[in-house]
Design a protein around this ligand. Structure first.
Ligand SMILES: Cc1cc2nc3c(=O)[nH]c(=O)nc-3n(C[C@H](O)[C@H](O)[C@H](O)COP(=O)(O)OP(=O)(O)OC[C@H]3O[C@@H](n4cnc5c(N)ncnc54)[C@H](O)[C@@H]3O)c2cc1C
Length: 451
């Protein structure tokens, strides 16, 4: 059983082994004390950089309950582990916990899984063509030094074809303050080596989330060795009123459907894993949130999803960061989503673009309506890209786009071993998809150690 070096906040440090010995220790503590959050390691490491251009295993019992995917069928109300958050961190956690005979629950408030690594599907109002926009995470690459688990998984995803190299013309361009527009001729492509490392989910970012769940065995009753798979996935469901019930030493969660008016159902879990943005953890746990989580800042980011009737052949790139977006201009990132692998072919279909506004502009428009922002960003697009051929546009606000001051420690999650609680997400390891994945792997290891 792994030894967990535990840090008692704010200044006290202890170590103990997560084993029957520690369970006895915890049992002897009686009533639950105030939150005792622990990082899995004390060593802090600042190896990963910020966003470009912006800004124990344990022995487990076998169960014979069948798996369900978002079903309303009768479900067990007691789970070994409940994971709140179906983003990359939560999915990584569930996939590492699966196939161990555990009863697992994944709760995701969104329509699908993937979190900020997601895709908006729409249809062209004029022609009915399918439109595909990755409006959150644009692409990812692997930092092997601090993302070893992610590096291995990406190899498997590449083999499965659910991740592919973008192979686009990607780089930087300038905003011309005198002209008040993007200077398209200033586009400078990234070096070849960097371009070769750029990957996306295929045929969409959201396909990757579905792939991870499928590989975890959701929808299957048994794995290839005949072991039961018991994962309940509740989508469009928000976890609320999460409380630790001291006498039973279990977590109680209310699950509120976002599609029906029905009253929230209550479930219990032995271990609670919260894999969300830091702000969502604050909302969910209210008073018992560690200072580390409270202190994470993340900006608003407005996105414009726009489709034009025919390809913008005169634009010399497929993705570009606006180098001086922090000082001037509305736009920080512009991307020809249709150039990503597996997207609907352009032929006579509309071409899809995604634009991200700069941090300053997004902040200044944080209270504005989506209609007002759509109009303002669309005006920039038609002026800068020299087109009036827009057939679809939509604005979307990311409330917590990415952590500005992530923890980046080697632990990659926070663990309260007394309350059987593990907290993670990108903020616990960095600010990118690979960091979220690494945090999810750490969350799974912590949950197993806590059982
Ligand atoms: C605009 C934008 C651009 C980005 N660009 C890049 C990029 O180019 N490259 C890169 O690597 N990264 C990029 N990122 C960052 C990357 O998307 C994130 O780091 C990563 O996806 C975070 O994953 P996560 O699992 O930690 O959190 P999330 O993806 O936020 O997942 C958390 C999930 O928890 C759910 N949730 C929250 N509260 C509850 C609740 N109470 N009940 C149920 N569910 C709940 C949320 O709905 C969400 O789906 C970008 C992000 C944004 C927003």
């Amino acid at each position: 059983m792994g030894l967990i070096t535990t840090r008692l906040f704010p200044h006290l440090f202890v170590s103990w082994s997560i084993s029957s010995r520690s369970r006895n220790l915890k049992a002897s503590t009686g009533a639950i004390r105030p939150s005792v959050l622990a990082t899995c390691s004390l060593i802090s490491q600042r190896a990963c950089s910020g966003h470009p251009g912006t800004q124990g295993g344990c022995t487990v019992a076998r169960h014979s309950v069948s798996s369900m995917d978002d079903s309303d069928a009768a479900q067990p109300s007691l789970f070994d582990v409940a994971v709140v958050g179906g983003g990359i961190a939560g999915l990584a956690a569930i996939s590492r916990l699966s196939r161990r005979g555990l009863r697992l629950l994944l709760v995701e408030q969104g329509r699908g899984v993937g979190g900020r690594m997601c895709t908006r599907h729409a249809s062209c109002p004029k022609t009915g063509h399918s439109l595909v926009f990755d409006h959150g995470c644009q692409y990812f690459s692997v930092k092997e030094a601090c993302q070893p688990q992610f590096a291995q998984e990406v190899e498997r995803w590449l083999e499965a074809g659910v991740v592919q190299h973008w192979q686009g013309r990607i780089g930087t361009l300038d905003f011309d303050e005198d002209e008040g527009s993007l200077n398209m001729s200033s586009f400078t492509a990234f070096p070849k080596e960097k371009l070769a490392s750029i990957m996306v989910g295929a045929p969409s970012m959201s396909a990757l989330g579905r792939h991870i769940l499928g590989r975890a065995g959701v929808g299957l009753k048994e794995d290839q060795r005949g072991r039961s798979i018991d994962i309940v996935v509740k989508k469009r469901t928000r976890a609320e009123n999460v409380q630790r019930h001291s006498p039973s030493r279990r977590w109680r969660l209310q699950l509120a459907s976002r599609t029906t008016e029905s009253t929230a159902t209550e479930v219990e879990a032995r271990v609670l894993v919260v894999a969300t943005s830091a702000k969502s953890i604050n909302r969910l746990l209210l008073t018992s949130v560690p200072d580390e989580v409270k202190g994470i800042n993340s900006p608003v980011c407005w996105a414009l999803l726009v489709a034009v009737a025919s390809p913008l052949a005169h634009i010399p790139f497929d993705g570009a960061f606006v180098a001086n977006s922090a000082d001037a201009g509305v736009l920080a990132w512009v991307a020809r989503d249709s150039s990503k692998p597996g997207r609907p072919g352009t032929g006579n279909a509309p071409e899809c673009w995604v634009l991200h506004a700069s941090a300053g502009w997004s902040y200044s428009m944080r209270e504005a309506s989506t209609d007002k922002v759509r109009e303002a960003m669309l005006a920039e697009f038609t002026k800068d890209f020299g087109t009036q051929d827009v057939v679809y546009s939509e604005a979307f606000r990311w409330n917590n786009a990415f952590p500005l001051n992530p923890m980046r420690g080697t632990a990659k999650c926070l663990v309260d071993s007394e309350r059987h609680l593990a907290l993670g997400g990108d903020w616990a390891a960095g600010d990118r998809v690979g960091d979220a994945f690494e945090s999810g792997v750490a969350l799974a290891a912590s949950a197993l150690a806590l059982l």
